[in-house]
Design a protein around this ligand. Structure first.
Ligand SMILES: *Cc1c(COP(=O)(O)O)cnc(C)c1O
Length: 411
């Protein structure tokens, strides 16, 4: 198979890309943080823009020859600001984690205090995990979810009054409900601290107008571009504050990063244009509908699931099927259904086992999955996990579904 951008000189790598292409085409991808980029985006990311050094920012570079690079990056910034109605943006973070590192540096001194969600309740590693830089540079304190697995804004205020943090952090990796950023703003105003929002997971829903926009409330908003936003792998930072954008820019370069990935920034620019289209709005609406349909069907079949009003939900595999999240993940993977084990609120097992799965519909909705198919997938998952369907028969059903959908090379 000839693959765009892959030199036929290197058979080892081109073979591996061909195998990964096959894996992606033949599987039902339910990992909530994944998605498929358009060919335009992949072309930009594989383009000659990778050859150029451009340390600095548009019209303030440390290298010559940045005429066209400047235009690419400025276009990305302008499109991003328009998409989320922000005054300022930085499109250079190599990842969501880098974006968070720079946002922290802009907002508080080393040793400063950040109030974030309990990590096992759905926070990200960069929100204070012992294995992340974040917990070494800053002091993290946490707010829990309530018994229903939902944010409890009164409790957050109560903790904030006691802890007096420099920053309150909202935005999560495994939270299946809408977040009320206006309530977070009120809490921050009451205790006089900054509000930072990490919208990595829900950026696409926000771009489509299907979730409250944190840019209207937060001092800094960070995100990835490769989850529901459906862009290339990378990070972004937004703010309406002129003082903060200066600090953000110097935190990204020269503090944390060197030369920006201008080929990826070109891909981001295309992503922001795509995400502003009516087709994208329809896509995001369909993601939410599919997620809800799959969740409701699992519930109807007797499984214990969270509710959802976004692109993901949590399935309690331990109480539903007497399987740990890890066991359930492995079983589904044998049938070419990819998910990830995930802690559920008040989990009794460790993060490497867990009691549940996180299931999301952003990726396969891009391939054309509809509501009826989402319901079929719920039955597939239920029958596999309750041992009512052989792996062989499950695989046949999976390939019938994936054969209906767009090939990932054609997206
Ligand atoms: C995915 C994610 C990130 C980090 O993204 P990377 O690009 O993998 O570094 C940060 N915050 C949240 C909430 C995420 O879900």
């Amino acid at each position: 198979m000839t693959m765009q951008g892959v030199g036929m000189m290197d058979k080892e790598i081109s073979n591996l890309i061909a195998l990964e292409t096959k894996r992606q085409n033949e599987g039902i991808e339910l990992i909530a943080s994944e998605n498929y980029t358009s060919k335009d985006i992949r072309d930009a990311c594989g383009s000659i823009l990778t050859n150029k050094y451009a340390e600095g920012y548009p019209s303030k570079r440390y290298y010559g020859g940045c005429e066209y690079i400047d235009a690419v990056e400025q276009l990305a910034i302008d499109r991003l600001c328009k998409l989320f109605n922000a005054k300022y943006a930085n499109v250079q973070p190599h990842s969501g984690s880098q974006a968070n590192a720079a946002a922290y540096r802009a907002l508080l001194p080393n040793g400063g205090k950040i109030l974030s969600l309990v990590l096992n309740d759905g926070g990200h590693l960069t929100h204070g995990s012992p294995v992340s830089f974040s917990s070494h540079l800053y002091q993290f304190v946490h707010y829990p979810l309530n018994k229903d697995g939902k944010l409890d804004y009164d409790k957050i205020l109560e903790i904030a009054k006691i802890e007096k943090p420099d920053v309150i952090l909202a935005g999560y990796s495994a939270y299946p409900y809408a977040i009320d950023f206006s309530k977070f703003r009120k809490i921050c105003d009451e205790v006089n601290c900054y509000l930072m929002v990490d919208m990595a997971h829900i950026a696409g829903l926000i771009a489509a107008g299907l979730h409250q926009n944190p840019v209207d409330y937060a001092d800094i908003v960070t995100s990835t571009t490769h989850k529901t936003l459906r862009g290339p792998r990378g990070g972004i930072i937004l703010t309406n504050s002129e003082t903060l954008i200066k600090k953000i820019n110097s935190a990204i370069f020269p503090y944390y990063q060197g030369g920006p990935l201008e080929h990826i920034i070109a891909g981001k620019a295309i992503c922001f244009k795509e995400a502003s289209s009516d087709m994208f709005k329809e896509y995001a609406r369909q993601v939410i509908e599919n997620t809800k349909a799959c969740r409701d069907e699992l519930y109807r079949l007797g499984a214990i699931v969270s509710d959802t009003n976004n692109h993901l939900f949590l399935l309690n595999t331990l109480d539903s099927y007497n399987l740990t999240g890890l066991e359930a993940q492995i079983l589904l993977e044998k049938a070419n259904i990819t998910t990830n084990k995930n802690m559920i609120p008040n989990d009794i097992l460790t993060p490497n086992k867990t009691s549940g799965l996180r299931i999301g519909f952003a990726a396969i909705t891009t391939r054309g999955c509809n509501k009826n198919e989402a319901i079929l997938i719920a039955n597939l998952i239920h029958n596999i996990l309750s041992n009512k369907l052989s792996i062989e028969d499950a695989r046949k059903q999976v390939s019938m579904l994936t054969n209906n959908w767009k090939k990932i090379e054609e997206i």
